[in-house]
Ligand binder design. Structure first.
Ligand SMILES: Cc1ncc(COP(=O)(O)O)c(C=O)c1O
Length: 403
């Protein structure tokens, strides 16, 4: 079965009792038992629920493994993995560019509890090998990363980590299983913010953990029930509905991202464009090897002042200013003040996260409208400079020029 067929048919037969083409939402907290402890596979909806079980079966199928557990958010999913595997004294290796919430959970929750975080450029393999130690328990890969869309060689990192008995977790949120299959590259665990492309309509907060091996999965599955951060049946149903158009949506997101990246490249007010499909992008060759599409995200640095960046992101017609990404309706954000604000300023600077970086999540609108919206914004920045200074020479200092 091909990918798009699986999003519609895998684990989703018509409902057996009535023939309903789309199974109903099993909006129940508990189940009637025939005798104490005798049930039909369900006893309490924190532990298991038929709508949730359907969603878990589809996600597992799409990532090509047997085991999936969904959670009430991407961070709840990550927390379950970290709680299952990171003990006091253990080390975790993370990339320079990592989702701000992941960084916050590690530094504010797991580090105070005794774990150590080693942040390294996973694109520098020698540096990665140097930080691996006898205490390393997990390697955490995001690829492409949030927000600079850096691409790391998952197969190579897995091979090196496995030689030291270290588990590798891949956050596959940005690529989705359509464009990247981390388990085929050697990953032990995959996590998702289902909130994003998988659900796809900016109406659900949800996460998932997947694993190939039952032994690796079991502690996470245990924590799903034991700590209880489970999504509602309704949210699971919404995600099932969203997943059926995953391929269609991703194709449109990716085509829009490509058109936008190329349009921005030619703009004098754009200092740098981050998009894995560009030949000069860090990891482009790896992306060609390990992905089947470059994804739907584009980031860029505006060559301007903080006020200009704020004015640009706050006044677009089709790109709403908001946290999150991966929905049919376009979003943009200013990572330094929003998604990555939980990383302190000096740390962000060290990591190369410029304060003038803007992250775009093109939706499924027509690319001409999206490109026009962005170019209008850049023109407005230029026009404002001319009207306040009377000439183009008096450009405000860009961030990189400030002391
Ligand atoms: C790459 C990545 N991983 C994990 C998360 C966390 O997911 P959630 O917001 O669903 O908790 C996010 C959220 O933006 C993300 O971008």
């Amino acid at each position: 079965m091909e990918f798009s067929t699986r999003t519609i048919h895998a684990g989703q037969p018509s409902e057996p009792e009535t023939g309903a083409l789309i199974a109903p939402i099993f909006q129940t907290s508990t189940y009637e038992q025939e005798a104490p402890g005798v049930n039909r596979g369900y006893d309490y909806s924190r532990t298991n629920n038929p709508t949730r079980a359907r969603l878990e079966a589809v996600l597992a199928d799409l990532e090509g493994v047997q085991h999936a557990a969904v959670f009430a958010s991407g961070l709840a999913a990550e927390n379950a993995v970290l709680q299952a595997y990171l003990r006091p004294g253990d080390e975790i290796i993370i990339p320079l560019d990592v989702y701000g919430g992941t960084y916050r959970m590690l530094t504010r929750v797991f580090e105070p509890a005794g774990a150590s975080i080693r942040q390294v450029d996973l694109g520098d393999h020698a540096a990665f090998e140097r930080v691996l130690s006898d205490r390393t328990r997990l390697v955490w890969i995001e690829s492409p990363t949030n927000p600079r869309l850096l691409v790391y060689d998952i197969a190579r990192i897995c091979a090196t980590a496995h030689a030291r008995d270290v588990l590798v977790v891949v956050d596959n949120t940005f690529a989705t299983p359509l464009f990247q299959q981390p388990f085929q590259l050697g990953a032990d665990i995959v996590v998702h913010s289902v909130t994003k492309y998988l659900a796809g309509h900016s109406d659900v907060i949800q996460g998932a953990v997947l694993a190939r091996d039952a032994d690796v999965f079991e502690p996470v599955k245990f924590l799903q029930n034991a700590t209880g951060a489970v999504p509602s049946p309704f949210d699971c149903w919404l995600t099932l509905r969203g997943l059926r158009t995953l391929e269609l949506r991703m194709e449109r997101h990716a085509a829009n991202a490509e058109a936008i990246a190329h349009a921005l490249l030619t703009q004098p007010l754009v200092r740098r464009v981050y998009y894995p499909g560009l030949r000069e992008h860090p990891g482009h060759d790896i992306a060609l090897r390990q992905m089947t599409g470059f994804g739907g995200m584009v980031s860029f640095e505006l060559d301007g002042s903080i006020d200009e960046v704020i004015s640009f992101v706050s006044s677009r017609r089709f790109f709403a200013l908001g946290e999150s990404l991966g929905g049919v309706k376009s979003l943009l954000c200013h990572p330094a003040r929003m998604t990555h604000a939980s990383i302190p300023g000096p740390e962000r600077a060290k990591l190369g996260l410029s304060d003038s970086l803007i992250r775009l999540s093109p939706g499924c609108e027509h690319r001409k409208d999206l490109v026009a919206d962005l170019l209008e914004g850049l023109e407005a920045v230029s026009a404002a400079r001319v009207s306040t200074t009377g000439g183009a020479n008096a450009r405000p200092l860009s961030f990189s020029q400030r002391g």
